[in-house]
Design a protein around this ligand. Structure first.
Ligand SMILES: NC(=O)c1ccc[n+]([C@@H]2O[C@H](COP(=O)([O-])OP(=O)(O)OC[C@H]3O[C@@H](n4cnc5c(N)ncnc54)[C@H](O)[C@@H]3O)[C@@H](O)[C@H]2O)c1
Length: 257
């Protein structure tokens, strides 16, 4: 058995949403290190360009694309850019996400807020999966990975919309695995615990961090590379008989706000 081949993504094309920062940037760099050509998309083109620059500096291949996942035209353009640039799409990482942070007082948020969170966290991954599936089928290699959250299984105050949207994404993949499997496409979820990014920094206080660490057997918070490693597992041939699953990457614990 050639262990390197099990994690080799040479010749594969990966599309990542929200690739301009945080977990998305870490995922883009890891997939590029494994040999994939990466289409780095983000709401913010400058951040997507910076991720692409880092990848090229590290010897990889990357194209930056502006893409707001709320916009169907942007999603279509993202897939077309990948196909024009690299010929197909083999790997899709639905990483862009919104909401949570203990800021969802049910009596203060409105329907517009709920629709926006579900549009980013659930509708966009569904739509993008649908758009890339024909290319994955045609190419003979397809793996879709959704970045969900520990909040998809935890129950906490002021997290109802984010938590339920990420739970929906978990179950979307469990069901889509049945539809996509016969097309040769796998779909899985990586559910991060508290991971050091700008999004986490916006809610983390020393008190919250102390409480989180007390509930985390591996006594540190997550780093983007912890999450990227799990994504690589699902993206690569090593997991070719794994679909419809959710992997918690959380230091073995439960970090609540
Ligand atoms: N950091 C954590 O502790 C943590 C824990 C659990 C789950 N997650 C999930 O991980 C994913 C990434 O989170 P992060 O912490 O790296 O966030 P982040 O804020 O550090 O980075 C998110 C990136 O997504 C982009 N983005 C935001 N809205 C977008 C949109 N509508 N279209 C396209 N791009 C958009 C941003 O510009 C940014 O570059 C999210 O789905 C989040 O829910 C994060």
């Amino acid at each position: 058995m050639d262990i390197k081949k099990l994690y080799d993504l040479s010749g594969k094309v990966a599309v990542v949403t929200g690739g301009g920062d945080g977990i998305g940037r870490g995922v883009c760099r890891t997939l590029a290190h494994a040999g994939a050509s990466v289409v780095v998309s983000d709401l913010d083109l400058v951040k997507a360009q910076e991720t692409s620059r880092l990848i090229r500096q590290e010897g990889g291949r990357a194209i930056p694309v502006v893409c707001n996942v709320l916009d169907s035209e942007n999603l279509g353009n993202l897939v077309n850019t990948a196909v024009r640039g690299y010929g197909t799409v083999n790997i899709l990482v639905n990483n862009a996400g919104l909401g949570g942070g203990g800021r969802e007082n049910p009596f203060k948020i409105d329907r517009q807020y709920v629709e926006r969170i579900y549009a980013v966290n659930v509708f966009a991954p569904w739509e993008l999966s649908k758009l890339v599936a024909p290319y994955m089928e045609q190419s003979g290699y397809g793996s879709i990975i959704n970045i969900t959250s520990m909040s998809s299984v935890n129950a906490d105050p002021n997290m109802s919309i984010y938590g339920s949207s990420k739970a929906a994404l978990n179950h979307l993949a469990a069901n889509l695995a049945h539809d996509l499997g016969p097309m040769g496409i796998r779909i899985n979820n990586v559910a991060p615990g508290a991971t050091r990014t700008k999004a986490l920094a916006s809610v983390l206080t020393p008190e919250i961090e102390k409480k989180m660490l007390a509930n985390t057997p591996i006594r540190r918070l997550g780093e983007v590379d912890d999450i990227a490693g799990a994504v690589l597992f699902f993206a690569a041939p090593v997991s070719e008989w794994v679909s419809g699953q959710t992997l918690m990457v959380n230091g073995g614990g439960v970090q609540t706000l």
